[in-house]
Write a protein that binds this ligand. Sequence first.
Ligand code: 5AD
Ligand code: SF4
Length: 467
Amino acid sequence: MEQQPLAQRLALQREYMEKTSQLLSRRYEHPPLALVHSFGCQQNQSDGEKLRGMLAAMGYGFTDRPEQADLVLYNTCAVRENAEDRVLGNVGALKPLKKQRPEMLIGLCGCMMQQEQMAERIRKSYPYVDLVFGTHALYQLPELLFRRLSGEKRQFRGGGEGEIIEGLPLCREGRIKGNLPIMYGCDNFCSYCIVPYVRGRERSRRPGDILAEARQLVAEGYKEITLLGQNVNSYGKGLEPPVNFAQLLCQVAQLPGEFVVRFMTSHPKDCTRELIDTIAQCEKICNHIHLPVQSGSDRILKRMNRRYTVEHYLELIAYARQQIPGVTFSSDIIVGFPGETYEDFLGTLELVRRVRYSTLYTFLYSRRSGTPAAQLEDPVPSEEKSRWFQQLLDAESSIRDQLQQAQVGRVERVLAEGPGRTGEGWLCGRNFSNDIVEFPGSPALVGQFLDVRIERAQNWALFGSLV
Ligand code: 5AD
Ligand code: SF4
């Protein structure tokens, strides 16, 4: 069946939003409550804000307690098996609630549900789940909800091509830090990764739409804007007139107002000197680059289809250090990729020691069916991989200790985000390197940029006092 044009499909969803809103106000005396939880990456968190936006427009309020919720919606992540297991565990835990209150609706959406075999598994093994829809059907929530609320059978919606959908209502999670997606999908097909299969081909939003959203965030008082994409460095492909990521970043950073800009994720193969120069030149862009290396062995990088070498990566780091005073780096690393040897792993360890990341996100390789790496032989036993993993964690923690100790005595600019973990009277925020900083201060300071003198460092945070 031929699909209708996008504008018509969106208009249809707006009608469903209106109809659902009327149905809910007839059915409930008070606004019904929804629990929306997004697992996984920031892109998924950002999708969650659209789900919340649509629900709010239909009259839902929000809760984080499942026993209060009239609708529980889990926006799922498929990047590793343990993320999927967590979702399924959470869904299992809802079964007794659904038994007590059969009118409560349960919905599952996002990356896991974009996979046909997973949607099928939910159909067969989780009969109490009411709505199942993938990443490309996110905007169809109003219709699926309306159908189910009106007594139709369980709703499943898969497939789709993944278009750019502008103008959905948004209900953001925070008031200080805002996510701003600049592109969707990924074309890189790293051999271990499920993302290109569940989020579709790479497509970039128009700069005008991005800048308008950035302006609005600043006008609403947001102090930190994070530009999001699976590979922001390839932003702009196919756009007319042509624009690249460095140019877009610069345009966002030049908007008037007091705020800072971050971005993620950068792919080393597309990270340009122009981008690094832009970070160096624009004061509002944080001096921190998340540049996932994945492995420190050229042999493994090749098998991962990453399309850069360790040498190229280290050149980028060296150039950034030369151009951007005080720049810090973070990275993602996978341990135990199929066929990785201890020698390959030692290459990763060596690279980590050379770059000295301020933060590392480390993952044990997880086999994702449908990806090329799932076909590769994987002879190393998991206990062995876990030993390597621990070695990496030890190296990381000792480097982080040293980097944090080196900050003691310095004055850092910190965006105050909310109450601290230390106790009453403490605030917590992040410096430009994204380190957590705790300091005594009044709650009235939340949302402001403050100068904090760092007095001590302790594993998870830096501690100091206001200058
Ligand atoms: N197994 C382990 N880690 C993975 N990642 C992506 N796919 C897998 C996988 N199959 C990691 C990569 C990526 C981060 C978001 O998740 O390091 O950068
Ligand atoms: Fe996955 Fe590679 Fe795309 Fe990142 S760049 S989402 S790791 S395929």
